[in-house]
Structures are given as C-alpha cells and as structure tokens.
Design a protein around this ligand. Structure first.
Ligand code: NAD
Length: 332
C-alpha cells in the first residue's frame, strides 16, 4: 500500500501526541503532579481527536481517546466498578454546544430534550456504596473500569455520612474536593514546614484522598458534592434532578447551583453567569456539565467507549492570572 505524505505526517504526529499525553496523564493522575496547565493538555488532546477524525485508521486501542483516566496507584486494593465510571466529552464554545444539542435531539425519540446544568467541580471522582443505609465502600474512578479502594480514607471525611437517613442500598457518585480556603491554609503550613506546596486544590484533594495514611486524610479538610446515582435501591427516580433531590433527602451533599433548561441558548446564559461567579465560589470549578435530564432519554442517547453521549462538559477558558505551573514546586 502506498501511503501519501499527509497520512505519514499525521501518523508521526499521532504517535508523538499519544506519547506526550500519556506522560502528562501519568503526572496528573498517578503522581498528582502535573507539569503543564489543563488548557495545554486539552489543546493537545483536541489536536489528537481531530487527526483521528480525519484518519480513522490511525486510532490506536491505547489512544487517550479510547480510555479513561490513568493507571492505578500501588498500595490500594483494586476494585472493579459494577458500572464503568466514564469521562465526559468537552465543549469549548457555543458552537460546540449547539452541535451537541443537535446530536442529542437526533438520538432521542421525540427530539425534545431538557438539560440539567451543574457546576463542574474540580476534584476527583469517587463512587460511594451504601448497603441498608450504611457506607460500605468508596472507590476512586481509576481507569474507569477498576478503581482504588479508599474506604478507610473516605470514612474520615466528615461531610460524608457513614449512615444515611433511610436504610437504602444505593451507589452514588460525586466529586471529592478541597475548599479554596483549606487549600491556601494547607500550602501556608507546608511552606512554613519547608514541604513542597500543592499546585492547585485538585492535586491537593487527590494527594490527600489517595494517601496511604488515613490520619493524613483526616487531618485535611476534604469535602464532597455528589452528582449522580447509578444504583437506586427502592427509590423511584426518573430524572437526574430527581436523583439529586433524593440524594439530598438521604443526607448526601449535592451542589445547590443546578438548574434545568429547555434550550441550549438558555444553557449558554447559565454558563456565562457562572463564568462570572466562578472566582467568588468557595471551591474551584473548571466548567459546567450539561446532562440530558430524563433517564429514558439518556438511554436512547447511549455511550461511546469513553463517555456518555447524553452529557458534555463545557470547559472555561484558562484563567490568565493564575500562577503558572512552572512557578510552583510540586508535591505528591
Ligand atoms: P473531565 O475532567 O473533562 O470530566 C469528567 C470528570 O468531571 C468526572 O470524572 C468527574 O470527576 C468530574 N465532574 C465534576 N463535576 C461533575 C458533575 N457535576 N457531573 C459529572 N461529572 C463531574 O475528564 P477527565 O477524564 O477526568 O479528565 C480529563 C481532564 O483532566 C482534561 O480535560 C485535562 O483538563 C485534565 N488533565 C490534565 C493533565 C495535565 O497534565 N494538566 C493531564 C491529564 C488530564
């Protein structure tokens, strides 16, 4: 087979991008010590997606576009998720959102959709299992199929109840994060002690939750917002908003800033509003997650290997004023 020059060049670039992205993912997910800003990672990843779209023959099984997250830390028991914990596709502007809306409307039966918008909390994903109302297991997302058993550490987080208000058997998922004020205080203490500081609240949260010593987790202020329920027990829920309301009633913490909209233009107004409010929130957000609200329509839209087709994460543009990653000494 004769390969033309463009294809050869694309092939070389794809290989290069996969090597780079793998390295950055290892630093981000395994070491909790990124060496480039997320916006930079996102740019390279979008370049890879574009090349793979132009040349589907170049899609490799181990491409970051075909898998979730990173490899797992040694020292924690590995647990297989009953249902995979997926990633989210990204949108960067209104045009991307309109394209998402168009795709969704083509996939659902009646072409009518309502969207629930939620803040995209910048922390790390965790699955919580409750049996008869008692917390029995907490697992990180890991590579999406298998995660790390962090039950001992999660038990030390005061915002996560060990016992629910009702004796239900459910699995809830959400984001563990470190509030901005706790992050600043932690870094001040570390600086005084001559320890390396954390790059951002996400890294601090990840390093704290995936610490082999639960006393370290207990000594730092982690918090949680639950954002989904994947096993419902005897609860009768048909939409994402009902699921979150049920979690509230059970005593699990959800983020109150959520709203349901019927058009993507209204979704955009919500995005613009939170882009403004972002800096005044007591926790970091890196975007807005837009989800088809009805579960039957979510099923109709379905999934790719990596992400649901019924949701998308709008990513805020990079914040200019932030300390650049190179100015920080990194900590695990
Ligand atoms: P993602 O961060 O784009 O989105 C998926 C995650 O969003 C979920 O797993 C969940 O943890 C989180 N989330 C927060 N609030 C949520 C809500 N309300 N509903 C649903 N989910 C919510 O995807 P990802 O696969 O976790 O990570 C990819 C991103 O990580 C990249 O876009 C990049 O920004 C960053 N990254 C950075 C580097 C780096 O070197 N800087 C390396 C790898 C990845």
């Amino acid at each position: 087979m004769v390969l033309d020059n463009d294809f050869r060049q694309a092939q070389a670039r794809v290989d290069e991008l996969i090597t780079l992205l793998d390295r950055y993912s290892h630093e981000y997910y395994v070491l909790d010590r990124p060496t480039i800003p997320d916006s930079e990672y996102d740019k390279l990843y979008q370049e890879l997606l574009k090349l793979e779209e132009m040349y589907p023959a170049l899609i490799q099984q181990d491409s970051p576009s075909q898998r979730v997250g990173g490899t797992l830390l040694p020292g924690f028991e590995k647990v297989e998720h009953d249902l995979p914990m997926l990633s989210l596709d990204n949108a960067f502007d209104l045009e991307d959102l309109r394209a998402f809306d168009k795709r969704v409307r083509q996939l659902v039966d009646d072409g009518e959709v309502e969207y629930e918008c939620e803040l995209k909390i910048d922390g790390l994903a965790v699955s919580l299992k409750y049996a008869n109302g008692k917390l029995v297991q907490a697992v990180t997302r890991g590579d999406g199929r298998v995660g790390e058993n962090v039950t001992g550490n999660v038990r030390t987080i005061k915002a996560i109840p060990l016992k629910l208000k009702r004796a239900v058997t459910i699995e809830a998922r959400g984001e563990i994060y470190m509030p901005k004020s706790s992050f600043i205080q932690l870094n001040e203490e570390r600086e005084e002690q001559g320890d390396a500081v954390f790059a951002n609240p996400r890294n601090a949260a990840a390093g704290t939750l995936r610490n082999l010593n639960p006393q370290v987790t207990a000594s730092r202020n982690l918090n949680v917002f639950l954002y989904s329920m994947v096993q419902y027990g005897d609860l009768n829920v048909e939409t994402q908003s009902e699921a979150l309301n049920s979690l509230d009633k059970l005593g699990l913490r959800t983020n109150p800033e959520r709203t349901v909209f019927h058009s993507i233009e209204d979704v955009w107004t919500y995005i613009e509003e939170y882009q403004e409010k972002r800096t005044s929130l007591p926790y970091e957000i890196d975007g807005i997650v837009i989800k088809v609200n009805r579960f039957d329509e979510q099923e109709q839209a379905g999934y790719t290997v990596k992400a649901p087709r019924w949701a998308i994460a709008y990513k805020f543009p990079a914040e200019e004023a932030k300390t650049t990653v190179n100015e920080i000494e990194w900590s695990v």
